[in-house]
Design a protein around this ligand. Structure first.
Ligand code: PMV
Length: 326
């Protein structure tokens, strides 16, 4: 018997980085994600294969790569950590075959590692007959996320688990935003992979150096998200777009934007986007533009002409789901 799980990726609409310092952020699940299929093995080996070209197995903690990719271990280790966390939680010992099918580009801010950790935990839980709650899935997938991002806020696993549009606050938890209007977006990928942990660290260094200045920016980031929650609830996309622009300015002030992101953000704005900003940790990765429903293709084209790869993703209300494959 095999068990499967699917979890969506995400874009942060407002509030990345500030969320690390206890401010709320608005994040939206997208209809691109990661599927994991898990199966028990008779031995104690954990074998992991990914459609992104990473293959390998763990035998008594020792890793053996089966692919030409030099980075296989780095990419498969979080999956091994997630599987060990679940086995420990359930007090079980067994080998596993784990198959990963991901449609999300990696290390560009679309939550691929969060979706992978969540779907790995959920698939193995389902396989072993555990009925994990959403809160348990989030907690158990945190270990893998810590390996990837060092000190993550937990926003990625939360949205991958719940789906929809959520307000994430480290201290107050998660609340769902039920929004009447659509949120038409265009994502632009710079194609530059980056490391979230290092970018979060760069902000911390700046905060240590210029505490008053950066604390003011963090305070403003919090105000921005509160305002954005109100305008989104009223369905005022025009004002939401303006707040996204301000958010990009604040993130630029934190030093996490770069030329490639600014080029895509400016081209989206020139082609009529209501707002545009980097999304995720910055330093490369993706930006997101807010569009009217009839202007997405024009914005996508402008992003392409500015050297990015447009992604026409949509909001999804569906969070993690599991099923058995008989
Ligand atoms: O991993 P990314 O690029 O989606 O960034 C996550 C957002 C940050 O606020 C920068 C980090 C965090 O853990 O919340």
């Amino acid at each position: 018997m095999k068990a499967s799980a699917y979890a969506p990726g995400k874009i942060i609409l407002i509030g990345e980085h500030f969320v690390v310092y206890g401010k709320p952020a608005i994040v939206m699940a997208i209809n691109i994600g990661v599927k994991v299929i898990a199966e028990k093995r008779a031995d104690c080996i954990v074998h992991i294969s990914s459609n992104l070209g990473f293959f390998g197995k763990y035998k008594n903690q020792k890793f053996e790569s089966e692919s030409m990719e030099l980075n296989s271990r780095k990419h498969l280790e979080p999956v091994k950590i997630a599987s060990e966390t679940v086995l420990k939680e359930l007090d079980k010992r067994c080998g596993l075959n784990i198959e990963i099918h991901s449609d999300l580009p990696i290390a560009v801010g679309l939550g691929s590692s969060g979706a992978l950790a969540v779907s790995t935990v959920a698939a193995i839980g389902k396989l072993l007959g555990a009925n994990f709650s959403e809160k348990e899935i989030i907690k158990l997938s945190f270990e893998a996320e810590k390996y990837v991002h060092l000190h993550p806020s937990g926003i990625d696993q939360a949205v991958s688990t719940y789906g929809g549009v959520i307000v994430f606050d480290r201290n107050r938890g998660v609340s769902r935003l039920n929004i009447e209007t659509g949120i038409p977006i265009v994502i632009g990928n710079t194609g530059i992979q980056r490391n979230t942990g290092m970018l979060v660290k760069s902000v911390r260094i700046k905060k240590d150096m210029f505490a008053n200045v950066i604390n003011s920016l963090i305070h403003t980031g919090g105000q921005l998200t509160s305002e954005a929650i109100d305008v989104l609830k009223k369905g005022n996309l025009k004002q939401f777009g303006e707040l996204m622009d301000i958010n990009h300015g604040l993130l630029t002030a934190l030093g996490v934007s770069n030329d490639a992101l600014d080029r895509l953000v400016n081209s989206a704005k020139k082609s009529g986007a209501l707002g545009a900003k980097l999304t995720g940790a910055g330093g490369g990765g993706c930006m997101v533009a807010l569009s009217t429903s009839d202007n997405r293709k024009k914005i996508a084209n402008a992003i392409r002409l500015a050297g990015g790869t447009p992604i026409l993703a949509e909001k999804t209300e569906v969070g993690v789901k599991t099923w058995l494959n008989h």
